[in-house]
Design a protein around this ligand. Structure first.
Ligand SMILES: O=C(O)CCC(=O)C(=O)O
Length: 276
């Protein structure tokens, strides 16, 4: 079975998210954990990081994106990172016009920006995984959509629309494990009620999309964010890596180069609406 065979594009557009099972082997995930340990201080995006750029060039996320987006031309615009024991918690959306239903993100057909999450430990029986609101990609509300604790297994890839409401560091209860506590209720659970952690929480996040107006607007928004300008200041793409990316079907937009030397970017520490 190919990776594309494991993707149900129709279900993705209905639900706003999907788990693609068994994209990586257990050995590959163990290796990624070790690589991240070794490169914690790199500071650049994944493509610029020699230890971990294989995630961007091995073609697997690209194949998933191609199937969901129905196009061979998949574009990367500089948004990728890994996190180790992050504290992110609370429902939010990642798209530009996250609070404005009249914004361009909610017009012009399907919203084509995808977020990939590779969780490098088990969350099927372990706490600390991702929460998503089912089918919340068609509303600006952060309250609509059934809350789901994503019980990902080692090697699975989670993919969601960047309009889908999601929250990190979720709670899996020991019993009943099929319930999904609301992230807002986290403080209410006693330690003995909560499933164990599966070691340090490590995750890899990548944004991919099409060569379209949604992606252009997302990149323009990113250019306003201080944190990513800092990441891009440490991101230089090796021509051999760019060639590998191309061979895997990935079109790279060299956004770090677009912003190099500019002083009018990175003005916002927090999210702020982008005019249109
Ligand atoms: O850490 C997580 O599971 C979620 C991260 C997140 O919210 C994001 O990438 O926007």
């Amino acid at each position: 079975m190919t990776i594309a065979d494991k993707v149900d594009a129709e279900a993705f557009w209905r639900d706003g998210w999907q788990i693609v099972p068994g994209v990586y082997s257990k050995e590959e995930i163990a290796q990624m954990r070790a690589e991240i340990e070794e490169t914690k201080t790199h500071g650049g995006d994944l493509l610029a990081n020699p230890k971990i750029n294989h995630v961007m060039t091995d073609g697997r996320l690209v194949q998933i994106a191609q199937k969901i987006l129905g196009s061979d031309e998949i574009v990367y615009g500089g948004d990728s990172a890994f996190t180790v024991n992050s504290s992110q918690h609370g429902f939010h959306k990642d798209n530009v016009d996250r609070t404005d239903p009249n914004g361009p993100d909610w017009q012009n057909g399907r919203y084509t920006m995808l977020r990939f999450g590779i969780y490098l430990q088990d969350h099927h029986k372990h706490t600390g995984g991702l929460n998503l609101r089912h089918a919340s990609h068609n509303t600006v509300s952060l309250k609509e959509g059934k809350n789901i604790y994503v019980r990902s297994k080692v090697g699975d890839v989670a993919v969601w629309s960047m309009r889908t409401s999601h929250s990190g560091n979720g709670t899996l209860l020991r019993f009943p494990p099929w319930t999904s506590p609301d992230p807002a209720h986290k403080p209410k659970h006693r330690p003995w009620q909560v499933a164990p952690k599966d070691g340090d929480r490590m995750a890899v996040f990548v944004a991919l999309g099409l060569n379209d107006a949604h992606h252009d607007r997302y990149v323009e928004y990113l250019k306003t964010r201080e944190y990513i300008i800092r990441i891009w200041s440490k991101s230089q793409y090796d021509p051999a890596v760019l060639e590998k990316a191309k061979q895997s079907g990935l079109t790279v937009r060299d956004v770090p180069r677009e912003v190099a030397g500019r002083t009018d970017v990175g003005q916002n520490v927090e999210w702020k609406p982008l005019p249109y």
